[in-house]
Design a protein around this ligand. Sequence first.
Ligand code: AMP
Length: 285
Amino acid sequence: MTKRLTIAIPSKGRLREPTWSLLDASGLSPQEPGERVLMAQCRNADVDILFVRADDVPEYVQDGVVDCGVTGLDLVAEKKCDVDVLLRLGFGLCSLQAAVPTEDSAHTLSDLDGRRIATAHPHLAATTLAERGITADLITVTGSAEITPRLGLADAIIDLVSSGSTLRTNGLRTIGTLFEAEAVLISRAGVSHSESVKTLTTMLSSVVNARASRYLMCNVPTDAVEAVSALLPTTGSPSVMPLATVGIVALHALVPAKDIWQLLPQLEGLGATSILTLPVERMVP
Ligand code: AMP
């Protein structure tokens, strides 16, 4: 009998829904868990899903309770766990930033030397400050670090930030980034070569890659094919197909979704017409 692969995923919080959606898009169909259900089997694959807190995932994976897990890269670093990071998942993007009250004199990270900093991420804050040669007095809090400067408990904070609106609401301004994080797929150190872990990594990466890409189709005057091909931010060669109309060809290519905004007006400028972009479901390079 094949050994079933076990994956720990966040049971609540901001990583829960996007993780669930990624598993679904990758083709894994776990039975929808009810309230209090801690484990679900996938109907179509030899995979079991364990629902735990995102903070607990790194230790469950390190200790071999499960084979793989999805959690934040910041939590992997904070828990000092010995795991392999197999894949960045493209959601849960945030950064660990240092911030001070708007009126404070500090403007760079080194201005924090010798000052009191409140954080709920003590290990990550200590290591990333030490890497920059900054010595500070770290005060560990379990949450809401952003109110500590107003309460006189700290001069600055180090916290995870995505949009920055919480900092602004609390009269704080960022003075530097210490760590960039996002959701990641992790495995126990050394098991990434196992067939089932490789399959999981391929299936998830096919969706992560596809989400970051668009399939571009357009008609291009034959004499503009070279210029259009040179413009496309793609690593592979575009497909060029003849059309019934002489002097025009159809051009198809996979392009990064983030480049579409700049690309379309430039394509129009080179004479491209009937420009279409389509979402991609999966992409295995
Ligand atoms: P949770 O506390 O369970 O909602 O999830 C926390 C995880 O979400 C963190 O460990 C980060 O990896 C990620 N994350 C993404 N954006 C933010 C943010 N603005 N604040 C805190 N965590 C964030």
